[in-house]
Design a protein around this ligand. Structure first.
Ligand code: HEC
Ligand code: HEC
Length: 268
């Protein structure tokens, strides 16, 4: 998929979002819709779920790469130690060191659009953002507000006494990750598709997160990997997780949009 900046440069217009209501429900999803409230509120929650799990399809007005929210927030935002949304909801508004200000939950979602999805922050009154809020709030039902829940965010790894080593990470990548994510970190398109949505998401390159994203930080990435990769059977040592994070951080991806390169490019 062409990124949002690539599309702008090529002068291509992005088509409007697909309307989730138009798409037929897969059998597995019909049961899921039944869990949400049986009314318009449930429709909004369901729309948020679909945006979350197929972001390049339903969120493409604002997303700029081939990733879905659920590629990082695993099990559709429900898995502990993969930044589950239910545990996050009650902790906002919260101070953000990255921006040195207090941000709302909605602003936090906007940040993942800007950095993890290499796109644009959806306006606070957009249908997309509102649907994601509805889904997150539904996931958090019954959870106490303002109390840190176990499994929030990613685990923090203790220091190992050895620096993260990208060359060891490179070897571990070939051994443990390349079979799914590809030798060039390019991921695998879903069957029959040439690009996103992906069956296995890209780890670097122009269809992945940009350099301002949380996963571009070695400590956050290492915590994510330790708890979650290889998918379904995580078995990395702390040092391997750090080494892999250092290797992945060396690869090419879109720059951090806060560095002002977009403005400079437009002002040429
Ligand atoms: C490339 C991976 C990636 C993608 C894609 C992604 N995120 Fe995130 N998200 C992160 C990381 C990393 C964090 C920071 C976790 C931490 O600080 O422990 C985060 C944090 C968050 C938080 C705050 C969690 C907390 O506990 O405070 C929310 C809410 C969130 N993301 C929502 C979304 C939504 C909605 C989408 C899709 C529109 C999305 N994210 C896409 C990686 C991603
Ligand atoms: C069995 C296949 C498989 C293996 C092996 C595997 N992954 Fe993944 N990985 C996935 C899938 C599939 C996802 C998306 C999960 C989802 O959407 O539910 C993912 C997601 C990710 C993500 C977050 C999304 C992104 O694109 O950045 C990272 C980072 C990641 N994997 C790194 C690794 C690393 C490093 C290894 C090697 C230790 C590895 N994975 C091994 C299948 C795999």
């Amino acid at each position: 998929m062409v990124s949002i900046w690539g599309a702008a440069i090529a002068g291509l217009a992005r088509p409007d979002n697909a309307d989730p209501a138009d798409a037929p429900l897969a059998a597995s999803e019909a049961g899921l819709r039944g869990q949400f409230p049986p009314d318009k509120h449930g429709d909004l929650v369901y729309q948020g779920y679909r945006l979350f799990t197929a972001t390049p399809v339903y969120g493409r007005r604002f997303s700029g790469n081939g990733l879905s929210c659920a590629n990082c927030h695993l099990d559709a935002g429900r898995k502990a130690d993969a930044a589950p949304l239910g545990a996050a909801w009650g902790m906002y508004p919260a101070y953000s060191a990255k921006f040195d200000k207090v941000v709302s939950f909605a602003e936090r979602v906007q940040q993942c659009f800007q950095f993890s999805l290499n796109g644009l922050p959806p306006p606070l009154d957009s249908r997309e953002l509102n649907a994601l809020l509805a889904y997150s709030q539904w996931l958090a039902r019954g959870q106490p507000a303002g109390e840190a829940q176990p499994g929030r965010g990613f685990p923090t790894l203790a220091r190992t006494g050895d620096d993260p080593n990208p060359w060891r990470g490179r070897a571990a990548y070939a051994q443990k990750c390349a079979s799914c994510h590809g030798g060039q970190g390019q991921g695998q398109p879903a069957a029959g598709a040439a690009g996103p949505p992906y069956a296995v998401p890209p780890l670097w390159g122009w269809d992945s997160y940009n350099k301002g994203a949380g996963l571009h930080r070695v400590d956050l990435m290492a915590g994510f990997l330790k708890a979650n990769m290889p998918l379904g059977r995580p078995d990395l040592s702390d040092q391997q997780a750090l080494d892999l994070a250092a290797w992945i951080q060396l690869q090419e991806r879109w720059p951090d949009p806060r560095k002002g390169w977009v403005d400079r490019w437009l002002a040429r």
